[in-house]
Ligand binder design. Structure first.
Ligand code: ADE
Length: 240
């Protein structure tokens, strides 16, 4: 898949998101990241990309024309149709289900705003979808774009070494939080590993993990648990 990042700091996004799984996905040819800077498409000596908001108020608003020219250059760089996403706190909150759908797109263009925002007319004309990564305000869309790149890249087929690990993650499949994990040593001053994990009994281990995942979700994120929709076996585990 191809992801184009339209930002005043495109190399920042590539840097932040370029390590580990995302870096490996790029090396394996599963993901191509390209950066585009609206300043390269701005006119005049100052290459101005922002101006004061009509109606007054603090901050600056990103202008239509440099962004539009930049987006059009990005679109033209590849024939694959691109889904254009604007990162903003006004967007739809990102979920793993949405990440999965985006990961199946051939191409995304991530538009990062700075300053107070982007001229609304550009958004109305060019953007397919607005995404928020949470109910807090960042000083620009770049970190949010890096989050999208990471979440989408690790779902590309072949990006993870153990394909299973994506399926078991929190929010995958059943929408529950993940169970706790342990590794060596078995005994440590900070505690011992739950004996069931050492038992070799795979059915018991699966049951324990499921129960932990349910319990954690119930304690930490009850909003994720639709108890009516849980299978009867899970309801019993929760009530034990
Ligand atoms: N830009 C600024 N804040 C943001 C947020 N919470 N999510 C996505 N983009 C943003």
């Amino acid at each position: 898949m191809r992801i184009d990042i339209v930002s005043l700091f495109p190399e920042f996004v590539a840097q932040v998101a370029g390590h580990g799984v995302v870096g490996r996905a790029q090396e394996r040819g599963l993901l191509a990241l390209h950066g585009w800077n609206p300043r390269d498409h701005a006119e005049g000596n100052y290459r101005r990309v922002d101006d004061r908001p009509f109606g007054g108020g603090p901050g600056m608003v990103m202008m239509i024309d440099p962004l539009r020219a930049c987006l059009s250059a990005a679109r033209a760089a590849d024939p694959a149709p691109a889904r254009v996403i604007y990162l903003s706190p006004q967007g739809r909150p990102l979920t793993q289900a949405r990440v999965r759908a985006l990961a199946a797109e051939p191409r995304l263009v991530l538009l990062c705003g700075r300053y107070e925002g982007v001229d609304e007319r550009l958004l109305a004309a060019e953007v397919d979808e607005e995404i928020s990564i949470g109910d807090y305000v960042l000083s620009g869309g770049e970190l949010a774009a890096a989050v999208v790149v990471d979440a989408v890249a690790r779902l590309q087929e072949g990006a993870l070494n153990d394909a299973e690990s994506a399926i078991q993650d929190s929010f995958e499949g059943d929408g529950l939080l993940d169970c706790p994990h342990y590794t060596r040593p078995v005994e440590h001053a900070l505690g011992v590993v739950p004996p069931v994990l050492l038992s070799g009994n795979h059915a018991e281990i699966a049951r324990w993990r499921r129960k932990q995942a349910l319990g954690r979700t119930w304690l930490r994120r009850p909003d994720l648990l639709d108890r009516g929709a849980l299978p009867a076996g899970d309801r019993r585990l929760l009530e034990e």
